[in-house]
Design a protein around this ligand. Structure first.
Ligand code: HSE
Length: 403
């Protein structure tokens, strides 16, 4: 018998219990033992729930029970979740989590505690929900020198941008509808301002570098300024607009990472990732590109990834699964020094000024739009682009990076 405890009986926690129940026979075979949910920790009671009798409110009962060897942390947050995770690992209990905020903030410390105590801290569900991406980076691509990772890592914003693209609607209208349908939170800030994607690319970048990439140092821009007019120009140019989380290894110690909306060609495989789906494009020096696609959020997809980690822990009882993520900080390359092309949408009367500011680019007109004009700059340093936009002042209506 392999006894497990679930911390937090919300969407993901209850999904974990459901996945274990639904796929019991097959999971037990793969775990080489019988998984049993012994405790569910939550502040609430769940009268009528089939697992009502397992619900407890005191974490110490789990900590002090030597029969519990694996814990699923599906509470979220970085306070109680951090304390519980640390205490569990120090007792040699493995922890599997979907909590990206905690992994991004304390990942290397918790991994090193797990290593010291011969147990595991696994976090497949923290990035891309049900998409296997942590395990490929840790196990499958180990022969590669990883050069870059580009992902659509947030389902809420991808849903909003996809709807804006298809329906020609504005951000606020689509956000309101997404909230009504439960696809966006009442407080959508973490998603629409890019913070959620930032934490996820920090985790992936740390695994790419083998060093800690601090999410607080990653330049992050959300999607709130993207308009239906921007999509009209993108469409006319055969492009799409996506919130991309991007990371490039500059050298062994330095990484360029950012989260920002970007215009991408329709031939780019990431342009086909629509709605709440996520995808991660990984570039290695031997394999080239490989892409991982699937449901990046939701109860059962995320729970499935947590349970896959539980099975891994069950298979490796008393053994540490290697994870290359040191405490040493990776250096963040300044984004303003990167070279790329940009799309600018300007007031129609400013087009000649924009052409003079960025010679060698290409103007784009969209039928029926007389109030503004689009312009694709040639490749230039981001800081030069921003400085020229500053000079153009309120003539610039929007600016979007090309990827
Ligand atoms: N809010 C997140 C998203 C949930 O929209 O992708 C999964 O991390």
């Amino acid at each position: 018998m392999i006894n497990i405890a679930v911390l937090g009986y919300g969407t993901v926690g209850s999904g974990v219990v459901e996945v274990i129940e639904e796929n019991k026979a097959m999971i037990n075979k793969k775990a080489a033992g019988e998984l049993e949910v012994k405790y569910i920790l939550d502040l609430r009671e769940f009268p009528g729930d089939p697992y009502e009798d397992r619900v407890i409110h005191d974490f110490d009962r789990i900590l002090d029970d030597d029969e519990v060897s694996i814990i699923c942390e599906t509470m979220g947050g970085t306070k109680a979740a951090y304390q519980f995770t640390k205490a569990a690992l120090e007792k040699g209990k493995s922890v599997c989590t979907s909590n990206k905020e905690l992994v991004a903030k304390h990942g290397p410390e918790l991994l090193s505690i797990a290593k010291e105590h011969n147990c595991n801290y696994l976090f497949e569900a923290s990035v891309g929900g049900g998409i296997p991406i942590i395990r490929p980076l840790n196990y499958s691509l180990t022969a590669e020198r990883l050069q870059g990772i580009t992902g659509i890592l947030n389902g809420t914003t991808n849903y909003i941008l996809s709807k804006m693209e298809r329906e020609g609607a504005d951000f606020e209208t689509v956000l309101k509808r997404a909230q009504e349908k439960g696809y966006a939170e009442r407080n959508p800030e973490a998603d629409v301002e890019g913070h959620d994607a930032c934490r996820k690319i920090a985790i992936l970048s740390s695994l790419m570098m083998g060093k800690n990439v601090d999410s607080d140092k990653i330049m992050t821009e959300g999607i709130t300024k993207i308009t239906s007019a921007d999509f009209a120009y993108a469409k006319a140019a055969g492009k799409s607009i996506k919130l991309l989380a991007m990371s490039r290894a500059v050298n062994e110690d330095e990484v360029m990472a950012m989260v920002a909306p970007a215009m991408i060609d329709v031939e780019n495989p990431l342009s086909m990732v629509n709605g709440v789906f996520n995808a991660v494009l990984v570039t290695g020096n031997m394999l080239g590109d490989s892409m991982y696609y699937g449901k990046g959020a939701g109860k059962l997809p995320t729970a499935s990834a947590v349970v896959s980690d539980v099975i891994d822990c069950a298979r490796h009882q008393g053994r540490v699964i290697m994870c290359f993520w040191d405490k040493e900080e990776a250096k963040l390359a300044p984004v303003e020094e990167t070279v790329r092309g940009f799309f600018v949408r300007v007031r129609a009367e400013a087009l000649t000024r924009v052409q003079a500011a960025f010679p060698g680019g290409e103007a784009l007109n969209v039928a029926g739009r007389s109030e503004d004009a689009g312009y694709f700059t040639p490749m230039l340093k981001e800081k030069e682009f921003m400085a020229k936009c500053e000079e153009l002042g309120d003539m610039v209506l929007s600016k979007i990076r090309l990827a």
